[in-house]
Design a protein around this ligand. Structure first.
Ligand SMILES: [Fe+2]
Length: 697
């Protein structure tokens, strides 16, 4: 239902935005006071323009106009038009600028028509204009046309180039109108708060040159990197990132829908706490600062602290102190007042509807999660040193479930390295990713959805990456002193398994058809079936998941090629060294899809066919595809009867491409799920491949 003007006024105030409404137009086709004689001056709008969170009748617009040299502005005129030349202006308003919001400006453009392209721009009182932005409204709820959008994550502009955005723009400009993207879903790590200055790492990072993009005015140096300490630092981070030209062009072309992941606050952060590897550090003030900077730099339909008294465009920062959390609820939520105030100072979880086909739910997987068990000092006793990147799956299950393991009968001890170690989580509640309140909201929205597809913008992934380390040949078997599988990666849903399986089981038992999650964070592409159980238990798929590779942040294959030494006895599980001069290949893809014997055979014979003959089909019947080395983006097409997701993989983005298409592609691959009926099992099929897949078949 379209908003009334009264509702629009209320919404705009809640979002900290000015309102642009059609009746505010002075006369159709007449140039506005801002437009007359306006001169585009991109240097005065150094972070560009953006739009966000499209609804069928409205969208949020954003820019930043700071003082530049002697040029200061206090007021921006905003124009929204049906054409790029602003001949048909549909609404216009004014928005005040102030240092309190770091000269950023939000406008809710409402009273618009569904599925329409609009253009917008900001003009200051001196007649200096921003670049022109393009945006799109969402389709009306009854619209049955397929919904198309891209999803992305993990851009590190200090360590790589945003060539993926350039490619996305290039393809979209050439696409038929019906095939163009309606929006970009950003699943977090929009910024990386851990920053190396070029002088900190003259050798670079892996294959990367360090760029001098962010300097913290205050900052704290930990080991050889810098982290933000206060509001000015977090603002400096966004200001630096948003000077990236390809990111700016993408924000000026499509509305973005953004959910943060960890690095918008802190690397190993949870709730308002930090951990840089030497224990938990209370960081309530930093969480508030991170939230405020996000609020200022990411336009979104998010409400500030309820009842905040500050002016419309200002974030009301609660007063908090950095004190340890001593009491937790049964979901691991820290009950310290400042922790609660910090994490509720900005509520990001929210839902969108796109036509008849798509319900999009976004969850905040960082602000309410219980402390990751992998960071508990008692749990570190279960680290094993021999097989990098892997943990024992059976131990991870016991530790995650805590007192709920085996129907409430957790073991008192856990066998480890030939000894029995006390189970440190025997009386603890199972880990929670969502926290109690958000989980209630999420499950209610999931059940209530009437769209063909229930899409979950889920910043962290659910699919298990595991391999059969128990099947290592006798000469290597001693490296893995466990009976079962190894699980790769911790910290995402694969280690918050109890809650993951609770959600998947609920989806299946309640016949919630068309359930698909879209995830980032792993810096890898993957597609597969979501199943709480894997062999030797029968698969029980509840939905499908697609994980997008990073825009630019280094992935595990790149890291492994530096971290796994040439003489490591298990190197073949991670890296395939073909005969010289061919470059290293990501054998880890093969290990995750086919098991350890396949990768060992690959290294022995250099022959993929031979390797596949050694495949263990029990390792990954849930995975349709995985590539831990890929960068790029994903494109979703959600029609009434099928959901197609194309992964577009660019070559490693070490430098900005000078080509208009963003440089060469490594590959493209498309998977499709046909809409299944409630109670039926979803399936994934591969429909198209272009280019060579890196040991991923
Ligand atoms: Fe990331």
């Amino acid at each position: 239902m379209a908003m009334t003007r009264r509702q629009a006024i209320k919404s705009a105030a809640a979002f900290g935005a000015a309102l642009a409404w059609p009746s505010m137009v002075l006369g159709k086709g007449r140039a506005g006071d801002g437009k007359r004689g306006a001169v585009e001056r991109r240097d005065l709008f150094p972070q560009g323009v953006a739009s966000a969170d499209p609804h069928p009748d409205s969208v949020i617009l954003w820019t930043r106009r700071p003082p530049v040299g002697e040029s200061r502005a206090a007021l921006l005129a905003v124009e929204v038009a049906e054409d790029a030349a602003f001949a048909h202006v549909v609404s216009r308003t004014r928005a005040a600028l102030s240092a309190d919001a770091d000269w950023t400006c939000r406008v809710l453009a409402a009273g618009l028509r569904p599925s329409r392209v609009y253009w917008y721009r900001f003009v200051d009182e001196h007649g200096f204009a921003s670049r022109t932005g393009r945006t799109m409204t969402a389709p009306a709820e009854t619209d049955g046309q397929p919904v198309r959008f891209a999803f992305v994550s993990c851009q590190n502009v200090t360590q790589g180039a945003s060539n993926a955005y350039r490619r996305m723009i290039w393809e979209d400009e050439r696409a038929a109108e019906a095939d163009r993207l309606g929006f970009v879903l950003h699943l977090g790590d929009f910024v990386y708060e851990i920053v190396w200055y070029p002088e900190d790492r003259p050798q670079g990072m892996y294959d990367r040159r360090i760029r001098d993009v962010v300097r913290y005015p205050n900052g704290e140096k930990i080991e050889d990197f810098h982290v933000p300490t206060d509001l000015e630092d977090y603002r400096a981070l966004y200001r630096g990132y948003l000077t990236d030209p390809d990111l700016q062009d993408a924000r000026a072309r499509w509305p973005f829908i953004c959910m943060w992941d960890n690095h918008e606050f802190s690397w190993k952060g949870w709730q308002s706490q930090q951990n840089f590897g030497s224990g938990v550090r209370p960081a309530q003030t930093r969480k508030v600062a991170a939230n405020q900077a996000w609020f200022e730099y990411q336009p979104a339909r998010v409400e500030k602290v309820p009842g905040a008294a500050a002016g419309a465009d200002r974030f009301a920062a609660p007063a908090v102190r950095n004190v340890p959390i001593e009491r937790f609820d049964d979901h691991g939520l820290g009950l310290e007042d400042g922790n609660l105030a910090a994490i509720s100072s900005l509520k990001l979880y929210r839902a969108f509807r796109f036509g008849a086909n798509v319900e999009l739910l976004l969850t905040d997987n960082r602000s309410f999660r219980s402390e990751p068990m992998g960071d508990h000092p008692e749990v570190a006793a279960f680290d094993q040193p021999n097989v990098p990147y892997f943990d024992s799956l059976e131990i991870a299950e016991v530790l995650d479930a805590g007192r709920s393991f085996a129907g409430g009968r957790p073991p008192a001890t856990i066998p480890f390295g030939g000894a029995e170690k006390a189970n440190p989580r025997r009386t603890a509640p199972p880990q929670s990713m969502l926290g109690a309140e958000q989980k209630v909201w999420f499950l209610a929205r999931l059940r209530a959805s009437t769209a063909r597809w229930r899409l979950w913008g889920n910043s962290v992934a659910m699919l298990d990456w595991r391999t059969d380390l128990q099947n290592l040949p006798p000469e290597l078997r001693a490296k893995w002193p466990f009976a079962g599988y190894g699980l790769m990666g911790t910290g995402d849903w694969a280690s918050y398994r109890t809650e993951r399986n609770e959600i998947l089981d609920l989806v299946r038992h309640e016949n919630l058809a068309g359930f698909a999650t879209l995830a980032g964070d792993r810096h890898a592409f993957a597609a597969g079936l979501l199943s709480a159980a894997l062999p030797p238990s029968p698969l029980a798929p509840a939905g499908v998941e697609f994980i997008v590779g990073s825009i630019s942040a280094p992935g595990l294959f790149e890291a492994m090629s530096y971290k796994i030494s040439k003489d490591h006895p298990l190197r073949a599980l991670y890296l395939h060294q073909p005969p010289a001069p061919a470059p290293l290949e990501p054998a880890i893809n093969c290990t995750l899809l086919h098991g350890v014997r396949a990768s060992l055979e690959l290294q022995r014979t250099h022959d993929r066919e031979q390797a596949l003959k050694a495949s263990n089909p029990e390792v990954a019947p849930h995975l349709a595809f995985t590539d831990v080395g890929g960068h790029g983006y994903a494109v979703v097409r959600a029609g009434a009867d099928d959901l197609e997701v194309e992964f577009v993989c660019v070559v490693r983005p070490l430098e900005k491409s000078d080509r208009p298409d963003g440089g060469p592609l490594a590959y493209r691959i498309t998977h499709r799920a046909r809409r299944w009926a409630g109670g039926a099992a979803p399936r994934l099929e591969r429909t198209r491949v272009e280019g060579a897949l890196p040991l991923s078949v």
